[in-house]
Ligand binder design. Sequence first.
Ligand SMILES: [Zn+2]
Ligand SMILES: [Zn+2]
Length: 418
Amino acid sequence: MTFNHSNLPQSEPTLQIGIILPGDHRKKMTISFTDPSLYEIESEKQINPTRKTPNTLDVSVNDRDMVIRKSVNGFDEQGITIHDVPAGRGFHWEITIDATLPGNVKITNHDGYLLIINEVPLEQYIACVAVSEMSSACPIALLEAQTITARSWILAAAEKKHADLGIDVCNDDCCQRYQGISQMTETSKHAVNNSRGQVLIYENKICDARYSKSCGGITESAENVWDMPPTPYLTSIYDGLETDIEIDWDNWFTKNSDTFCSPAFVDESNLHQYLGSVDKDGQYFRWHVRFSQEEFCEFFSQKVNEDVTHITKIDALNRGQSGRINHLYLDYKTTEGKSKTLQIKNEYEIRRMLHPSFLYSSCFVISMDEKHIEFKGAGWGHGVGLCQIGALGMALHGYATEEILVHYFRNTKLKTLY
Ligand SMILES: [Zn+2]
Ligand SMILES: [Zn+2]
């Protein structure tokens, strides 16, 4: 993809998506084909450029670089399946999945590890992202809102997290969750076709439209999460009907409110049918986790790489408008009896450090005594931009795509690029 957000593309770009990254440390992978007759393998030395591929193919880092090309154009149910692809790298729910991908696949050796790239037209990528992030059982307005948000984010290309690998995005939550075509339905294809080429625009530029699973009731301002200037359309909003509401912070983490992402709009017992396949056990609106001092010290010792025997204090020094902590300090004692202090100045690090794998969000209150440490929290994810569960709540209650988008991204407009 070779453009930047100040010159708007006028035709559909092709994306390079990292599926297996050098950081996954894979040396061998298995690939299979839903219909091998549709593919051709092309390698550096053109060994068998027209050879039809077998049903499965084992690739190794010692093989020559190769491109597996689909010989027919267009978007259909046929794809290349990459087995054991990591999903949710580093999160509490990390798993591996088999991802069936549209488009072409390129396999290269990057410093001794496999780099597998999926080359795919943007609209096909977006169609898969929409249902990888949320289930295709979702109402069409939610899928369209999700689609336009994802398309805007990738076309704004403001993040460029993997520029060193020559890819536009990876397949994971680090960028956008992309799990291929297997969950696609007529409804989700319809959502993409309906909104083909549509993006959110603010002051003539494509919006860097962020989203997360659940804001917890109030969205967060971008500058409280990332090192970026305040962005007018990524500022905190109350995720409900009222606009000017006094928040009762004393009860915020224990009581349900009436926001779009709360059980007032989305029944949590029905939620699993609307969410992507990897999120089945999640608590989305209010959650709590409780550790004994021993349990906490055990995983915390690994994170700080020393023997921690007791946590003396955990305190929030700063919170964003959503209640997310972005500056926290923690006093602890080591086996040698030393007292130490750790300051964490980032919501992502806070979530990583205070849980064996990952906390749902940094939006929580802390209660602790000699024996236990407990966090009562709200929401899931960074909370900036579109709240996916809130957008679902709005869609289930009859709000239209554009109403959902301008609720989360204030003062933006829809524009069709191509
Ligand atoms: Zn990424
Ligand atoms: Zn929300």
